[in-house]
Design a protein around this ligand. Structure first.
Ligand code: ATP
Ligand code: MG
Length: 643
């Protein structure tokens, strides 16, 4: 009855099938957690290919690049030979790809650097300093705060003053100075041929809006656009998608408003609810079965999310049968006991043969994971962690990368300054001075500043000649990122690490891992882009590069979106921790916290643990007492087992 053989359709239910076969035009799949939205989107891609749509005409936008890879692998298994050439990835990675081809049209060079959050804040901090703003007024926001304000303004497509009014009313009096820093910041990035993560989203839109030929090219190229996790799209991303789809309107969006958890990045669940308004005549599909969780877990999720007023009501029935166990609600006397509880249970699960890769510990904020990390280390339970400082954000990794960055983009002021400060005798002041000289040479038209001509401190003479040799065009190791890093380690950075870090050995191992990863890339540009994009929100654990044996996942709930495990522990469910204390005064924020809790619960397939400590260490305050989260108080006694 169905084309392409029964095997293709056997793994879809009727509602999913209807969405996969949607007619051309706009369609929206709005359905609860674990209902198979991602699976539906994957099959939709396969179906399009089967119907003869060339792979190069398909654009698949996902929340992480890993998710895109997995979906495309599945597509390749379903329709071999046809799937090569699909563009799939995050908005950031697609934006980067477009910019690498057309950056010249907006005045940038193709080899632009990508600034991570830390680089971005450093640049803003130096502008604040140069303008003397904090010296003049101690209330002036720090670089971290300004970077959040600028980012929100870009992502929500609002003016800075509108963002101040809505989120930072106490800074309105400083609006003029803040705007000035924003303008200087834009200029400084431009001079350094650098873009930050927000630029990777906003500049592609600028290209589409400003260059008719580019808009026409991509409008035609991407005849089919598919977006997963649409509930977390922000105004900027939504505009980008609308612009690309303007010609043909072939866009399929899938998502769940109840899982919208990124308002702090400018997302709003109304964007998914208003999809039909923006696309009159759009087909709407619902899926009302959950294929992931047991009925007992689903009942808890249902009750939790019911308390939210602002939502699109959905019915979601469990397809899977009960396994005879209810979720466990554990109240522990201290936070240390909570960590032991989780550890003991995991040891028990291991003995029962549950692979550790099927277990996750999820939490609201990174610091909630500290005691569990310690306990796991003590008990030798292997884990990987996807919150906190990422592998690529560690100082030694960034140090080494600064050489590579500068080799690729000689206008990269931050990379230059970071790099020269690793040489003996060069501090912030001489780095600034050296950059001034180098920048003058660049302005005079040379493409790469002749490092040997700069006036260097005497102390760094020997290493400086090594640096000059390393980065000069004739050095053959420049062509491959792996050999370049290897040379940096051997000539300059190895000695620096020995002298500066007590844990030299571990750091050296990290750099070895980085070299192994770099071997996958033929040129430094691709290597750097890939690394930067990992920082743009992609999941990246502390040792992301090696092949890891089975490990427990420790993750913030934000980073766990879209994923699933057999066993899930949700920890620190104490009032003020989750929901977060800051959200208690505002009903919209509180609803977002509840959605976050819902996302956490619905990651679980078989066995769910909800826990909170009644006391714990509270920093300077000594011991602090906690009461259970108000979210737990809403769960009836009889649907959980209490411990
Ligand atoms: P989330 O809201 O968390 O993103 P989702 O709606 O995208 O979830 P999927 O991740 O696609 O849901 O699917 C959830 C689980 O259910 C997966 O393990 C998937 O393989 C399974 N699944 C989905 N549809 C079916 C089906 N028709 N038959 C069997 N298993 C299914
Ligand atoms: Mg999904």
């Amino acid at each position: 009855m169905y084309p392409y053989g029964n095997a293709f359709w056997a793994s879809l239910n009727t509602q999913q099938m209807a969405a996969v076969r949607a007619k051309a035009g706009a369609s929206l799949v709005i359905a609860g957690a674990g209902s198979g939205k991602t699976r539906t989107l994957t099959y939709r891609v396969a179906w399009l290919l089967e119907r003869g749509i060339p792979a190069k005409n398909i654009l698949l936008l996902t929340f992480t690049n890993k998710a895109a890879r997995e979906m495309l692998e599945r597509v390749a298994a379903l329709v071999p030979q046809r799937s090569n050439g699909i563009w799939g990835g995050t908005f950031h990675s697609v934006g980067n790809r477009i910019l690498r081809a057309h950056a010249g049209r907006i005045g940038f060079r193709q080899e632009f650097s990508i600034l991570d959050r830390e680089d971005q804040q450093k640049m803003i901090a130096s502008l604040i300093k140069e303008e003397g703003l904090r010296a003049a007024d101690k209330r002036f926001p720090k670089a971290e705060v300004l970077s959040a304000i600028f980012s929100l303004a870009v992502n929500a497509v609002g003016s800075i003053s509108a963002i101040l009014e809505r989120h930072y009313p106490y800074f309105i009096v400083l609006a003029e100075q803040i705007e000035r820093i924003a303008t200087l910041f834009r200029r400084r990035k431009y001079e350094a041929n650098s873009m930050d993560f927000d630029d990777l989203l906003s500049k592609p839109l600028e290209l589409l809006e400003g260059c008719k030929d580019i808009a026409e090219f991509y409008g035609e190229k991407f005849s089919h656009i598919l977006v997963d996790e649409y509930q977390d799209i922000n105004q900027l991303q939504s505009k980008f998608v609308e612009r690309l789809a303007a010609r043909h309107g072939n866009i399929m969006a899938v998502g769940d408003d109840a899982q919208s958890i990124y308002s702090w990045r400018g997302a709003h669940f109304k964007t998914i609810l208003d999809f039909p308004k923006r696309h009159p005549g759009a087909s709407i599909f619902r899926i009302e079965t959950n294929h992931r969780s047991t009925p007992e877990i689903l009942s808890v999720a249902d009750i939790v999310i019911c308390a939210n007023k602002n939502q699109f009501k959905k019915t979601l029935a469990a397809v899977r049968p009960s396994r005879g166990n209810k979720p466990t609600l554990a109240s522990l006397s201290t936070s240390a006991e909570q960590a032991s509880f989780v550890t003991e249970r995991i040891v028990g699960l291991q003995e029962k043969g549950v692979p550790l890769g099927e277990v996750a510990v999820l939490y609201r904020a990174h610091y909630h994971s500290m005691e569990v990390q310690l306990e796991f280390t003590r008990q030798a339970i292997p884990f990987s962690i996807t919150s906190g400082l990422r592998f690529f954000e560690q100082a030694h990794i960034k140090d080494v990368l600064s050489f590579v960055k500068f080799a690729v983009n000689s206008r990269d002021e931050l990379a230059f300054k970071r790099m020269v400060q690793l040489l003996p005798g060069v501090g912030t002041k001489s780095a600034a001075f050296l950059w001034k000289e180098a920048a003058t040479l660049l302005r005079r038209g040379c493409n790469f500043p002749p490092l040997s001509k700069l006036k260097i401190p005497l102390k760094s003479k020997r290493t400086w000649s090594q640096l000059t040799y390393l980065l000069e065009g004739s050095n053959s190791s420049l062509s491959s990122p792996a050999s370049l890093i290897e040379t940096i380690l051997l000539t300059i950075y190895g000695d620096y690490m020995k002298a500066h870090f007590p844990d030299y050995g571990t750091r050296q191992e990290d750099i070895r891992t980085l070299i192994a990863f770099a071997q996958n890339f033929e040129n430094c540009e691709d290597f750097l882009s890939q690394l930067a994009l990992l920082g743009a929100g992609d999941t990246a654990s502390k040792t992301p590069l090696s092949c890891r044996p089975e490990r427990v996942t420790l993750s913030s709930i934000h980073q766990a979106k879209g994923l699933e495990w057999r066993v899930v522990f949700l920890i620190w469910l104490a009032e003020g921790m989750f929901p977060n204390a800051r959200s208690l005064e505002n009903s919209e924020d509180l609803e977002e916290e509840r959605r976050l809790f819902y996302v956490g619960i619905t990651r679980c397939k078989d066995e769910l643990y909800l826990s909170y400590p009644r006391s714990g260490l509270g920093g300077a305050y000594g011991e602090v007492f906690y009461s259970p989260s108000q979210f737990l108080r809403g769960i009836p006694q009889w649907i959980v087992d209490r411990l």
